[in-house]
Design a protein around this ligand. Structure first.
Ligand code: GUN
Length: 311
């Protein structure tokens, strides 16, 4: 039986249409949620991500603001900027796009964001709320992965989940979310021995290691669900021809654009072995932005909705 493709664009659209209904309620009470995105310098990937986040705000009718300090910005300048955004009442969500340049102390900057406006869910207060199952703002990609699984009817409770990658942004929080849904969770990383054998135990395999097409058929238990968090840009013909052998349309796309995207899972192997999987692009990526919108609306409701808020 062919693998089921978990279409992130459709799930994103569902979430955004639910948010529109909630926004109407907030608007009727004179409240328009606002997001400030801070983008330092000219990292090409970050520029695309922030552009897409601002576009999503505009499409949904949220207020948005892009703040673009120069590459040479200091930690003190960043702290002053965050303090100003914390103070402004019309800003509900603050997003500091990572990575920051090396002279900036990223941990100090993220710690300075008001946890009530931390729509990325990166503040230790929000991470602590996640660990202890208290209400808070949850990191967007992990929250989006749970939405994909739940809205696709993939069972989690009692299942084996294996997360490859232990970042603060994806690996650790998604492992906690799966644990709270009663999965039996294993977190793997670069020092894990016989990674493929551990991965093969998974009913749900989350690939968040940041290595193009590294999760091959020997990692995938037949029929399991594979969630691919990777977004790797391939710009070498040899890599594209090896990874996309037998997919002339992709090779043609590479010839025209000079680069193509691939996830952390091998696209041919995951389609052949998994029971269900998220494609790249069009899987997890759209959910990250949908959950950022959702967190911004939630932050506005919690912070400014007052005691008679909609929920
Ligand atoms: N850099 C890569 N992913 C993310 C993200 O989800 N949020 C922010 N702020 N920066 C990132």
């Amino acid at each position: 039986m062919p693998a089921r493709i978990l279409n992130g664009n459709l799930i994103r659209d569902q979430i955004l249409s639910e948010l529109r209904a909630e926004l109407e309620t907030l608007e009727s009470r004179g409240l328009r949620p606002g997001l400030a995105a801070v983008l330092v310098g000219h990292n090409p990937a970050s520029e695309i991500y922030v552009r897409n986040k601002i576009k999503a705000c505009q499409a949904l009718g949220l207020y948005s603001e892009k703040i673009a300090p120069p590459e040479s910005v200091s930690t003190e300048d960043m702290l002053a900027l965050v303090a100003e955004l914390n103070r402004r009442d019309e800003i509900d969500g603050i997003l500091v796009q990572l990575p920051l340049p090396p002279q900036v102390d990223s941990k100090r900057v993220l710690l300075a964001v008001d946890p009530a406006k931390d729509v990325d869910g990166f503040h230790p207060t929000n991470l602590g709320c996640l660990v202890t199952q208290r209400p808070g703002l949850v990191a967007c990609t992990p929250a989006g992965i749970l939405e994909i699984l739940k809205r696709s009817g993939i069972p989690i409770a009692g299942r084996r989940a294996v997360v490859i990658g232990r970042s603060d942004i994806v690996g650790k929080p998604v492992a906690l979310l799966l644990l709270h849904e009663n999965a039996t969770v294993t977190i793997c990383h670069s020092k894990t021995q016989d990674l493929a054998a551990v991965a093969r135990e998974a009913d749900i395999l989350v690939a968040a290691l940041g290595r193009p097409a590294m999760v091959t058929r020997d990692f995938i238990r037949p029929g399991s669900t594979v969630i691919d968090v990777g977004m790797n840009r391939l710009d070498q013909a040899a890599d594209v021809e090896r990874i996309f052998a037998g997919q002339p349309a992709k090779i043609e796309e590479f010839r025209q654009k000079g680069a193509v995207l691939v996830g952390d899972a091998h696209p041919g192997d995951v389609a052949a072995c998994a029971g269900a999987y998220t494609p790249v692009p069009g899987g997890v990526g759209p959910l990250t932005i949908a959950m950022l919108m959702s967190n911004t609306v939630k932050a506005a409701r919690l912070r400014r909705g007052g005691p008679h808020g909609p929920r």
